[in-house]
Write a protein of this length. Structure first.
Length: 52
């Protein structure tokens, strides 16, 4: 069943996120601090690549 597979994948991936706070950025973080968002995203993708 597709729903069960999607749920299993979501449960298995729950530790694959990171919470970051960016100073002086509000609701539209990509507008307020685009360089920091890019830096954090690239850093996260790099760490996920090593974990795979």
């Amino acid at each position: 069943m597709a729903t069960a597979r999607a749920t299993d994948a979501a449960i298995g991936a729950q530790d694959r996120f990171e919470l970051a706070f960016v100073d002086d950025a509000a609701h539209f973080i990509t507008d307020d601090a685009p360089d920091e968002v890019i830096r954090l995203a690239l850093e996260w993708f790099e760490s996920e690549g090593r974990a795979a």
